[in-house]
Design a protein around this ligand. Structure first.
Ligand code: FAD
Ligand code: NAD
Length: 471
């Protein structure tokens, strides 16, 4: 047993939520400890999420482009080969550099980084089972829970990360599976389907709903994206559910049928990716010792200032409400520290962008058409296709469109939805506009450099209250 050590703040979890809170707390002069059990900082996002997936997406896109999209550009290449081991190494190098960078930042800001598993002993005490053996007990005037999320399992299909895989396995396959079936056509499913399809897998995505893209994606955009991804070779079975699977053979046999019931068919696969969502992770935290509540989805219950009913214990990131996104976790981390040190903080949940990093990318902020209709809000719509944008034409990247939705009366922007090669960067401008309560006319009267893809953004804004010039 050890003596308990006093801290102003103890953070459980060193993911994006936890490590950002730790840095901010260090900057604000709080004596802070950050407990992480993984052995590296950065959580899901840096180790097995955002970062490794974007490395594989970027390099698989490059490979695919070199194979299929160079001739018309006047580039003749021969003998293109995939070296999967090296592609994985490049991914690991990026991850390694970033997780070590975070460790450096914690040190620089005077944060005590404690490697081990934390669990509540009492309302102010967290016991850490250290990775190196032994334990420490940390006392915190304030405690932040930032333990993140885990992949939701599919009943009856046990994950072995080789044949039945989660995103973690899909980021570390040592061979390109001949046939890959993806259960769930959300963001993880489509990003991973893209990677492996580009590297040569025959990929089938089974999606329960009639629409791909997961929650929040505008239906018109989702439909257009599906068409493009299908053209790239990904097969889609929408309105379809997996009923059972058999892993006893040399390939996995998956039985699927229409979501509403109907004729069964069997898909065989070398690997099956389960990507039906993620759920909060709080196992082993000793929540029962402090009587904290979770809702029916396992999310820890908090108020507007991230406080549990025990007010010095706060919760941020994936293990509580809101979209499971790294940038959302980061915003909450800063706000939570500001609540502790200053008594006020700020996160605008109406202006959190979403990006799907397929090619082309899909990105959006604010409400989609279906949500506006459901809420009975009258809106105007302006669109502009990249096929009419000069830069997209010179880049030979003309797929997709920008779509603005703004209030019918005031012209205030309510949502922006983009399908295009750099949608993920472009959505930053949309987010700024929404954050500042801009109208579509505000955006359209802002000068945009020529020739840029951002002119499509400006012209879609123009088309919302008037007419686009180039279409
Ligand atoms: P996590 O990152 O999950 O961190 C929680 C940490 O707490 C973990 O490291 C865990 O080991 C640790 N922990 C848990 N319990 C304990 C304990 N008792 N003691 C000590 N440590 C503990 N989001 C985006 O915004 N953009 C993307 O491109 C993106 N891509 C993704 C791709 C994939 C494949 C996946 C799976 C997710 C992706 N996400 C993306 C989501 C993003 O990773 C999460 O929203 C983000 O990581 C949430 O941060 P967090 O700190 O709340 O949780
Ligand atoms: P998701 O909720 O985005 O999508 C899950 C999909 O699976 C949905 O379309 C759903 O209808 C479908 N589904 C659910 N049950 C099913 C079933 N039984 N059979 C067939 N389909 C089924 O979840 P995800 O893709 O697993 O991602 C999890 C989280 O990680 C999300 O919150 C996402 O925001 C985050 N993430 C973000 C990024 C990014 O920002 N680029 C990348 C990866 C993950």
């Amino acid at each position: 047993a050890s003596q308990s050590e006093e801290h102003d703040l103890v953070i459980i979890g060193g993911g994006v939520a936890g490590y950002v809170a730790a840095i901010k707390a260090g900057q604000e002069g709080l004596k802070t400890a950050c407990i992480e059990k993984r052995g590296t900082l950065g959580g899901t996002c840096l180790n097995v999420g955002c970062i490794p997936s974007k490395s594989l997406l970027n390099n698989s896109h490059l490979y695919h482009q070199i194979l299929h999209d160079t001739k018309k550009r006047g580039i003749e290449v021969g003998d293109v080969k995939l070296n999967l081991e090296q592609m994985m190494k490049a991914k690991d190098t990026s991850v390694d550099g970033l997780t070590k960078g975070v460790e450096f930042l914690l040190k620089k800001n005077g944060v005590d980084y404690v490697k081990g598993t934390g669990s509540f002993v009492s309302e102010n005490e967290v016991k850490v089972n250290l990775l190196e053996g032994g334990e420490r007990t940390l006392r915190g005037k304030n405690i932040i829970i930032a333990t993140g999320s885990e992949s939701t399992p599919f009943p009856g299909l046990e994950v072995d990360e080789k044949r039945i895989i989660t995103s973690t396995g899909a980021l570390a396959l040592t061979e390109v599976p001949k046939k890959l079936v993806v259960i769930g056509g959300g963001i993880i499913g489509l990003e991973m389907a893209s990677v492996w399809s580009r590297l040569g897998s025959e990929v089938t995505v089974v999606e329960f709903l009639g629409q791909i893209g997961g929650p929040g994606m505008d239906a018109e955009i989702a439909k257009a994206a599906q068409k493009i991804l299908a053209k790239q070779g990904i097969k889609f079975l929408t309105n379809t559910k997996v009923t059972s699977g058999d892993v006893s053979g040399s390939t996995v046999a998956l039985n699927v049928e229409a979501s509403k019931g109907g004729k069964e068919q069997t898909l065989d696969a070398d690997a099956v990716l389960v990507a039906i969502g993620r759920r909060p992770y709080t196992a082993g935290l000793g929540l029962e010792n402090v009587g904290l509540e979770a809702d029916d989805k396992g999310r820890l219950v908090i108020d507007q200032e991230y406080r549990t009913k025990t007010s010095h214990i706060r919760v941020i990131g994936d293990c509580t409400f809101g979209p499971m996104l790294a940038h959302k976790a980061e915003e909450e981390a800063v706000a939570a520290i500001e609540y502790i040190t200053k008594g006020h903080g700020h996160v605008n949940y109406a202006a959190i962008p979403s990006v799907m990093y397929t090619h082309p990318e899909v990105a959006w902020v604010g409400q989609n058409e279906e949500e506006l209709k459901k809420a009975g809000i009258k809106y105007k719509k302006g669109t502009f296709p990249f096929s009419a944008n000069s830069r997209a034409k010179t880049n030979l990247e003309t797929e997709g469109l920008v779509k603005f939705l703004s209030d019918a009366e005031t012209d205030r922007i309510l949502g922006v939805h983009i399908l295009g090669s750099n949608a993920g960067e472009m959505v930053a401008e949309a987010t700024l506009a929404v954050e500042y309560g801009a109208s579509s006319e505000d955006v359209a009267r802002t000068c945009h450099a020529h020739p840029t893809l951002a002119e499509a953004f400006k012209e879609a804004a123009m088309a919302t209250y008037s007419k686009a010039i180039h279409f």
